[in-house]
Design a binder for this molecule. Structure first.
Ligand code: NDP
Ligand code: 8X3
Length: 264
């Protein structure tokens, strides 16, 4: 916790699920001295998260920003528009992401393909490129953390998830290349790949159909956003020389993207 003292953290997709949990967990771990920039498209929800944090972590300054990572122009102006005290970013958590549908080729809507790649891949890359210059201006070639939320889906493609899986495989590739490119710096490039986590993920996948989303978790005990948040904050809190480069996190019933034990 002491290692996170005074840090500035940017989280994308902090209005729900894993991203919201990450914001809360950083605040719980370092309630005395921390700055959090929480971003997503739903600004009202972000303001509620900020209020919740204000209720228990008096030393945490929270700055909510409406930011659609699939819009390059919003990312370009993001850093410049931050208040001075939030500009020295130390940790970027690239979490914003989504899946749309379960359609298989040739029936995948081109709009869904664009949304998934634009958010999960181009959005993550653009955020990384926007923040890296801040890191690289620091001594020893640069300092700061980039924590990318990948997925088991990026390691093991499955039917009905071809595009989503391809986006997460792209995240994995980009992350590994970036770690190599930054080898002469102190910048840490970290990937955390969750298995099944119950969030709004499946509700978004089924275009708002909550009954369909619920069925995904029937007979199993998925991870919670907090479970992943603990791993994110743990990774960020290690000694600077320690890089949790690549972590896969399953709930107990899961052993691959498609291998689950369901109680009937
Ligand atoms: P949620 O749907 O609960 O949260 C997704 C978050 O991403 C929301 O805060 C949403 O905010 C934000 N988001 C979506 N699109 C955009 C956008 N264009 N710009 C900015 N923010 C956006 O799902 P999860 O918490 O489960 O998902 C978080 C990450 O975890 C994703 O990258 C997902 O792929 C990954 N993941 C999830 C797993 C799971 O089983 N749930 C497993 C493995 C990985 P808003 O709508 O306000 O913009
Ligand atoms: C979410 C996990 O395998 O349900 O990334 O798509 S999966």
């Amino acid at each position: 916790a002491q290692r996170l003292k005074g840090k500035t953290v940017v989280i994308t997709g902090a209005s729900s699920g894993i991203g919201k949990s990450v914001a809360l967990e950083f605040a719980r771990t370092q309630p005395d001295d921390l700055r959090l920039v929480i971003t997503a498209r739903r600004i009202d929800t972000l303001k509620e998260v900020a209020q919740e944090i204000g209720g228990f972590a008096k030393g945490v300054k929270v700055h909510p920003v409406k930011l659609d990572v699939s819009k390059p122009e919003e990312i370009s102006s993001f850093v410049g528009q931050l208040p001075e005290e939030f500009k020295e970013i130390d940790i970027l958590v690239n979490n914003a992401g989504l899946v749309k549908g379960v359609a298989q080729a040739p029936n995948i809507a081109s709009e869904d393909i664009d949304i998934m790649f634009g958010t999960n891949v181009t959005g993550l890359i653009n955020m990384t490129q926007a923040i890296l210059p801040i890191y690289k201006a620091r001594p020893d070639g640069g300092r700061g953390d980039i924590i990318n939320i990948g997925s088991i889906a990026g390691r093991e493609p499955y039917q009905g998830g071809s595009i989503y899986c391809a986006t997460k495989a792209a995240v994995r590739s980009f992350t590994e290349a970036l770690r190599k490119e930054l080898i002469a710096t102190r910048i840490r490039v970290i990937e955390i790949d969750p298995g099944q986590v119950e969030t709004e993920f499946s509700v978004v996948r089924f275009y708002g159909d909550k009954d369909k989303a619920k069925k995904v978790y029937e007979g199993v005990e998925p991870l919670t956003g907090d479970d992943i948040a603990e791993v994110v904050v743990f990774a960020a809190g290690r000694r600077e020389n320690v890089v949790l480069a690549d972590t896969l996190v399953y709930p107990n019933h899961q052993a691959a993207a498609t291998v689950m034990h369901r109680k009937t």
